[in-house]
Design a protein around this ligand. Structure first.
Ligand code: SF4
Length: 435
């Protein structure tokens, strides 16, 4: 049988075929369908319209609902969206609902999914959010879909999918302490452009990738969509399995899938991470790449550390290492992705202080776990750019208006670069603060 990539193999196994080639259209069985407060009501509407007011979801165990976007706001429409989710969960008796105001509340869906054991190697995850590709870090096919497709999956458990060709990005070498996965993925997006991987799988490989912890691998896959990728994916190794097994409390079986030797890639690029510099994306596009050293000194008004891209424990550990014992010069917002991360900030210590104490002592403001200002949101959203200011952020998009005001300037960078810049008030290469 001809060799296949991981993505092709997963699609073949989920369509009952021995072989799937790029361009083949196949019916795929979903393992998990995730939706949230922004797209959930629309998905539910499509489901009810086409399957009937009394229809039941295809499999209660496979539907996961995570309110995360517009959560801590007085906005009535945003709160109504969560009410719609609550009513649907009650009606369908769904077991996996991480409701606001309860002990189960999590925060950002893409980090909540693995924390709660909903991501496993070899599986297919559909989510009504473009950054669903984050879960490719667990060696699964994970992709964002629209409300119409999601309503169909909700009723049938299936989706008609065209198999994408795979691009391979190899990171070799030892990662220097001033680089993070965010630098790697910003380098890729800058090199191939925001449409450089349109409807393609992006497979990340090389010893530089397998030296990363699972959270950093999630950051790599998270921004596949900023290059237009259908999915990002990394082969599972022991790091993956240790994480997945520690979270797989329901003991769901899964099958590890890896790319065959000799599989065909439509594109291949090799990076030496030992020689890469910290990377930044200038306004107003994630592919507007520069090295941080090329734009250092540019004035900033705000720093923001949070989101599914840059709001995990690894991100905050890195930022805290620079902020410890120092004071920020500009407004600095800290937003843990999930309640588990928020708890970690209150318990994990760095030289006697919790990470939260490090941030507060440095003069930063702490927010509740959620998407917060990553997507702008209602005007009372924590950290939202309500005026045309300049912000450096660990988030993933800097299109005009993404974080609020449409004339605000947003620079995307690693948590190290954002923390270093928060301390000086200008764009700062983290190497300058690590000496
Ligand atoms: S944190 Fe930002 S990118 Fe991630 S799911 Fe929320 S709004 Fe989307």
């Amino acid at each position: 049988m001809p060799a296949m990539t991981m993505t092709e193999k997963i699609l073949a196994r989920h369509s009952g075929k021995d072989q799937v080639n790029p361009g083949d259209n196949v019916w795929i069985d979903a393992d998990i369908l995730m939706t949230h407060d922004v797209c959930g009501p629309g998905t539910i509407g499509v489901f009810k319209k086409h399957f009937g007011q009394d229809a039941k979801v295809w499999d209660r165990e496979k539907v996961v609902i995570i309110p995360d976007h517009y959560i801590f706001t007085a906005d009535a429409m945003a709160n109504r969206n969560v009410d719609v989710l609550r009513a649907f969960v009650n009606e369908q008796n769904l077991p996996y609902f991480y409701d606001v105001g309860t002990d189960k509340y999590k925060g950002v869906c893409h980090i909540a999914l693995p924390e709660e054991g909903h991501t496993r190697p070899g599986e297919v995850l559909f989510g009504t959010d473009s950054h669903t590709c984050t879960a490719g870090a667990f060696g699964e096919f994970a992709t964002g879909i629209g409300n119409t497709d999601a309503g169909f999956v909700m009723g049938t458990g299936k989706l008609w999918v065209k198999a994408p060709p795979t691009m391979r990005f190899v990171f070799n070498g030892n990662m220097p302490p001033y680089l993070m996965a965010k630098d790697l993925i910003l380098a890729v997006i800058g090199d191939i452009g925001c449409d450089g991987a349109t409807y393609r799988a992006m497979e990340f490989d090389g010893d530089g990738v397998f030296a990363l912890n699972i959270e950093e691998r999630m950051t790599l896959c998270n921004m596949a969509i900023e290059a237009g990728g259908k999915n990002g994916i990394i082969a599972p190794d022991q790091v993956t399995l240790d994480y997945v097994n520690s979270r797989n409390l329901r003991k769901k079986s899964y099958e590890v899938v890896k790319t065959d030797a000799g599989a065909q890639f439509i594109y291949e690029k090799v990076y030496d991470v030992s020689t890469l510099e910290p990377v930044i994306a200038k306004p107003h596009s994630p592919d507007n790449k520069a090295f941080v050293s090329q734009v250092s000194g540019s004035k900033l008004d705000r720093a923001y550390i949070g989101s599914c891209t840059g709001g995990k424990m690894t991100d905050f550990r890195a930022a805290a290492g620079l902020l410890k014992g120092r004071t920020v010069k500009i407004d600095t917002f800290i937003v843990p992705a999930t309640s588990e991360v928020a708890k970690g900030l209150k318990t994990e210590r760095l030289n006697g202080q919790t990470l939260e104490e490090v941030f507060l002592s440095a003069g930063a403001k702490m927010g509740e776990p959620s998407c917060a200002a990553c997507l702008g949101g209602p005007s009372d959203t924590f950290g939202r750019l309500n005026t045309p200011i300049s912000c450096i952020s660990t988030t993933n998009r800097n299109f005009p208006g993404r974080m609020g005001h449409k004339e605000a300037q947003v620079f995307l960078a690693s948590p190290l670069t954002v923390a270093a810049s928060a301390l000086t008030g200008v764009i700062t290469d983290p190497r300058d603060m690590m000496q």
